[in-house]
Design a binder for this molecule. Structure first.
Ligand SMILES: Cc1ncc(COP(=O)(O)O)c(C=O)c1O
Length: 379
């Protein structure tokens, strides 16, 4: 038996995405910028994909820039927007962002901009007073994530919108939220999404940009994507992303409730097997429906991860890109969780395709392994 519970690292591409990519590679492979009929068709399909990806964001007043993924879209949003503004800016970012946002803010700091890092509490909620202060000090750009990739904490986007109150551009990293937690572009100027987190292919993502928002390109050349991201479009990847979006939407409005029920089932099962288990971050019932971070007292996260791997259960200790670094999670410590407790953390992340069998199997294996590992450590 296998249980793949690492869907925030990446998801299995769905059949619809694979079929759409294959059709594009075999028949629809023409350059969308050329002028003969098959290319005009390719251009039309690109436009349809753009509309399809924007639709769930209620993004009719927006453009969509296709990129190579969430990382590039985040870089374009942060660096593209702030370098387009004149002079030294005050900019604000939460303390628990993905490295693709945090590193972009570090780069802004190195360029001389005034970077305000806004802390969070143990539930992952923003220090709203600190954000208010940054706004009063003239912040012109704010970047936060919709769903935290390590804890599933949800940002109160409407409160953010009210707090900023038109004084700054708002960028939301929606890589872990898109299609699993509703979002409306009326609350943001820029929104990042990534295909491989929603059963599409890797190497594709997008930045939704509200009309009128000015960005400096990060990649220059032939002027594709409104001059904001030059390079011949990744048409097979984009076809795969669009097909994955359609398939996720076809799961219907109850999809998120189903995800939440499965997540709570996992937590219940683990609690029965390991009564001492700790939930790191917000109350799971009010967090994103697909991510939970659990701590197993006395057992290091990577020890549990590898023990579970031996039983066919895939999980992670934090974000995939940093989990090989064997460091205590910066996200958990920023939330005020003590390093020795953060060391026990394991992240479980579900997809609509996760089955109850996978969940029950993982919970049962966690119970057995926890007993074994704590006994070994006590000796
Ligand atoms: C919150 C968040 N933002 C950005 C990214 C980067 O996305 P990509 O892998 O498409 O570059 C990730 C990837 O895990 C993420 O979790």
């Amino acid at each position: 038996m296998q249980a793949y519970l690492d869907n925030s690292a990446t998801t299995r591409p769905c059949e619809a995405a694979i079929r759409a990519m294959e059709a594009c590679l075999r028949e629809g492979w023409y350059n969308p910028s050329s002028v003969y009929k098959p290319s005009v068709e390719a251009f039309r399909r690109l436009r349809e994909a753009r509309e399809n990806v924007l639709k769930p964001l209620r993004g009719s007043g927006c453009d969509l820039i296709f990129t190579s993924g969430g990382t590039e879209a985040n870089n374009l949003a942060v660096l593209g927007a702030v370098t387009r503004m004149r002079g030294r800016q005050t900019v604000a970012v939460s303390a628990v962002e993905h490295p693709s946002v945090r590193a972009a803010f570090d780069a802004l700091g190195a360029l001389g901009h005034d970077v305000r890092v806004i802390g969070v509490d143990t539930r992952g909620d923003l220090d709203w007073a600190a954000l208010e202060k940054a706004m009063d000090d003239g912040a012109s750009f704010v970047s936060v994530m919709q769903v935290n990739n390590e804890t599933g904490a949800l940002l109160d986007i409407q409160r953010l919108h009210r707090t900023v109150n038109g004084r700054a551009l708002i960028h939301v990293d929606g890589v872990q939220g898109y299609l699993r937690v509703p979002f409306d572009m009326k609350y943001a100027d820029l929104y990042t999404l990534s295909s491989h987190k929603i059963h599409g292919p890797k190497g594709v993502g997008a930045l939704a940009v509200k009309k009128g928002v000015k960005l400096a390109p990060r990649q220059i050349g032939g002027g594709q994507e409104n001059g904001l991201r030059s390079g011949t479009e990744n048409t097979p990847g984009i076809a795969g992303l669009s097909a994955a979006v359609t398939e996720m939407l076809d799961l219907g409005p109850d999809m998120a409730d189903g995800l939440m029920a499965k997540k709570l089932r996992l937590i219940d099962g683990v609690r029965r097997a390991v009564p001492d288990v700790i939930v790191n971050g917000p109350d799971p019932a009010v967090a994103a429906p697909h991510i939970v971070n659990l701590g197993f007292p006395g057992v290091r996260g990577e020890v549990m991860l590898h023990a579970l791997e031996g039983e066919g259960v895939c999980v992670s200790t934090g974000s995939a890109c940093s989990s090989k670094k064997l460091k205590v999670s910066g996200v958990l410590t920023a939330m005020g969780i003590k390093p020795n407790v953060a060391e026990w953390a394991v992240r479980f992340s579900l997809s609509p395709h996760t089955t109850e069998e996978e969940i029950d199997y993982a919970a049962q294996k966690i119970g057995t392994l926890y007993g074994l590992l704590t006994r070994v450590q006590r000796r």
